[in-house]
Design a protein around this ligand. Structure first.
Ligand code: PHE
Length: 534
C-alpha cells in the first residue's frame, strides 16, 4: 500500500463494509492519525530520488504551465525525485491568484485600466486567497516551507451586520453579538413554548422535553416557565455603559427589538457562515501576506526552473512526449519539448490556447463557468475601527453591493491599517468590474460611510481594486461546474496523451489553495506511477 489511491481505496472499502467505527480502528492499526483531514494529508507520498535512480531511469522532463499554487507544487514535488521540471508563467511573479498587493504593485486589466498601489510600508491586501482553514493541506506546506502563520479573524462578535433592506432594522448597523443574542433568544422562546405546550409530543418524550427546555434556556438566555420563556435580552447583547470599578455595574444594551423586527432583519441568515467546514474559526494567514506561500514554493523549486513573462501559444501532444510553443519575455516565439506537460491555467484561459488534444477536451475546457469576483483594499491613516469601534479583525456582512467589509488581522495598534472595502462575487462583482477604479472607490466608500460614518471617507489614504474576471491570464475568481458527473470533470481529471491538467478547478476544494495543492499531488502521483510503470 505504497500509493495514495490504493490506501484511500482500501480505507474507503473498510468504511463501507464496517462503518466509521471499524474504519477508524483500521486507521489506528495502520498508524494513521484519527482525523479525515490528517488522513488526506498522509495519503500522499512524494516521489523520491531513489525511485528513478534505483530503476536506472533518466530524469523525465516535465513542462509545467503556470506558476500558481498547482504549478509550483507540481514542480516542487516532482523535483524531490529529480524530475527535470520547467515552469512557464505569463506573469512576472509566482502565485497566480495568490497575490499580495503592496506599495508599488501594478495591475493592467483586460480593459486597459492601470493601477499602481501606493500603500505604505508594511500595509498590504491579499487580493486572492486570504484565509486558511485548520484542516487544509495548505498548512502542511507552510510547515514544510517555513512560512510563519498568525491567526486570521474570520468571525468577530464585535463586527457589525448591516442590512438596508430588512424591515424596521433597515439601515442600522447591529453588532454581530447583539444580532445573534436576539435571533437565538427569540428562536429559543418559540421552541420552548411549542415544546412546553405539547406541540412536539409526537417527537419528544417527557424526559426529552425537559432536556430540550434546559438547553433552550441556556442557548437563548430566555426566561423560565413562570415567565412564559420570554426572551427579554441580557448582557450577551452588549452594554451601553461598560461595567467598571466600585459601583459601576454597567448598563445592558436594551431592550431588544420585537420578535417580528428581528426576524424581518434577516440577521439570522448570517450565522450559518461561521458553521461552515471551511469557514469556521480558528483560521490562519501567513505573516506578511499570503504570497509568502507562493514565494517560498518558488524558492524551493529554484528560480532557474521558472521562466516568467512566457505566454503559452500552442500545446501539441506527440507520439512520444509533448511540444509547447510560447513567447518569451522578449516576445520571441520559442518551442520546447518535454516528456510530459502539466497545464495548470484556469480552464477558460486554456480553452483559448490551440492544441491537438481532441474535440472532447476542447469542449470540456469551455464547460466550467467562470465566477466574477472583486476585492478592494482601503488604506487608512488611522485604525479608527480599533480605536473607536473596538473591532480587531473580522468581517461585517452587509446586503449592500460591497457585500462585506474585512478588518485587518495583522498590525493591531499600528499607525495605519488596510481594510478590505469589498469582497464579492456574482452580480456585484460584475457591476464593480465595469467601473473605473476611481468609480469603484466612490461607490464602495459611500457604502462604508453608511456603516462607519464620515471617517470612512476622511481618513482614507490609498486604494487598490481587483476584478479577477477582468485580470489577464486569470479571467475569473474561480469556476463552478454545472455538473461534475456529465463527463467533462472526469475527462479533464485524466491525462490527454502526455498532457495533465491540475488546479483547484479539478478538485472539490474550488476557490481554495488546498484544492490546487491536492490536485497537483494527484497529478504528481499519477504521472510518477506512469513513469515507473513504463
Ligand atoms: N475560499 C474563498 C473564500 O474563503 C472562496 C469561498 C468562499 C469558497 C466561500 C467557499 C466558500 O472566500
Amino acid at each position: 500500500m505504497k500509493t495514495g489511491g490504493t490506501r484511500r481505496d482500501f480505507l474507503k472499502a473498510v468504511g463501507v463494509a464496517g462503518g466509521a467505527g471499524v474504519l477508524y480502528e483500521t486507521m489506528g492499526a495502520l498508524g494513521l492519525a484519527p482525523t479525515p483531514a490528517q488522513a488526506a494529508v498522509q495519503d500522499f507520498a512524494p516521489p523520491r530520488a531513489a525511485d528513478l535512480k534505483v530503476s536506472g531511469r533518466g530524469a523525465p522532463k516535465v513542462l509545467v504551465l503556470g506558476a500558481g499554487i498547482a504549478g509550483l507544487t507540481t514542480a516542487y514535488e516532482l523535483g524531490k525525485a529529480g524530475y527535470a521540471c520547467r515552469v512557464l508563467e505569463a506573469k512576472g511573479r509566482p502565485g497566480g491568484r495568490n497575490w499580495t498587493v503592496r506599495g508599488g504593485t501594478e495591475l493592467r486589466d483586460l480593459d486597459g485600466q492601470v493601477q499602481r498601489a501606493s500603500f505604505s510600508k508594511g500595509e498590504y491586501m491579499n487580493a486572492g486567497p486570504a484565509r486558511i482553514a485548520q484542516s487544509m493541506v495548505t498548512l502542511d506546506y507552510c510547515r514544510e516551507l517555513g512560512v510563519a502563520l498568525e491567526p486570521f479573524v474570520n468571525q468577530n462578535a464585535d463586527a457589525y451586520i448591516h442590512h438596508d433592506n430588512a424591515g424596521a432594522l433597515s439601515g442600522k448597523s447591529t453588532r454581530w453579538r447583539t444580532a445573534k443574542a436576539d435571533v437565538y433568544g427569540y428562536v429559543s422562546e418559540l421552541l420552548a413554548k411549542a415544546t412546553d405546550r405539547g406541540a412536539l409530543d409526537a417527537e419528544l418524550s417527557s424526559q426529552d422535553k425537559e432536556r430540550v427546555l434546559a438547553f433552550l434556556r441556556d442557548f437563548g438566555a430566555i426566561g423560565g416557565k413562570d415567565q412564559n420563556f420570554a426572551y427579554t435580552g441580557t448582557s450577551r447583547r452588549g452594554y451601553t455603559v461598560e461595567p467598571g470599578a466600585g459601583d459601576e455595574a454597567g448598563a445592558v444594551l436594551g431592550p431588544p427589538p420585537s420578535m417580528t423586527d428581528v426576524f424581518a432583519s434577516l440577521y439570522g441568515r448570517r450565522f450559518s457562515f461561521e458553521f461552515g467546514y471551511d469557514q469556521a474559526m480558528m483560521m490562519l494567514q501567513p505573516v506578511g501576506g499570503m504570497d509568502r506561500i507562493a514565494y517560498a514554493l518558488a524558492e524551493a523549486v529554484g528560480s532557474e526552473r521558472i521562466s516568467y513573462r512566457c505566454e503559452v501559444k500552442r500545446i501539441t501532444d506527440l507520439a512520444e512526449g509533448v511540444e509547447v510553443t510560447y513567447t518569451d519575455a522578449g516576445g520571441r516565439e520559442r518551442v520546447e519539448r518535454a516528456d510530459y506537460c502539466v497545464a495548470t491555467l484556469q480552464p477558460m484561459v486554456l480553452a483559448k490556447i490551440p492544441h491537438n488534444l481532441g474535440a472532447d477536451v476542447k469542449a470540456a475546457l469551455t464547460y466550467p463557468v467562470a465566477s466574477p469576483v472583486g476585492k478592494m483594499g482601503l488604506e487608512y491613516t488611522s485604525r479608527w475601527w480599533e480605536e473607536r469601534d473596538r473591532i480587531y479583525g473580522g468581517i461585517t456582512p452587509t446586503d449592500l453591493d460591497v457585500a462585506q467589509i474585512w478588518y485587518p488581522s495583522y498590525g493591531f495598534h499600528s499607525k495605519r491599517g488596510t481594510l478590505i472595502g469589498y469582497y464579492h462575487f456574482g452580480a456585484n462583482a460584475t457591476a464593480y468590474g465595469q467601473l473605473t477604479p476611481a468609480q469603484r472607490v466612490e461607490r464602495a466608500v459611500a457604502a462604508g460611510v453608511k456603516i462607519h460614518g464620515e471617517v470612512y471617507r476622511s481618513k482614507l489614504a490609498s486604494t487598490f481594486s481587483v476584478a479577477w474576471h477582468r485580470t489577464p491570464h486569470i479571467e475569473g475568481g474561480w469556476v463552478s461546474w454545472p455538473s461534475r458527473t456529465s463527463g467533462e470533470y472526469a475527462l479533464l481529471n485524466k491525462p490527454a496523451g502526455h498532457v495533465y491538467f491540475a488546479g483547484d478547478w479539478l478538485s472539490y476544494f474550488i476557490a481554495w489553495q488546498s484544492g490546487a495543492f491536492d490536485s497537483a499531488r494527484k497529478v504528481v502521483t499519477e504521472l510518477h506511477e506512469r513513469v515507473m510503470a513504463a
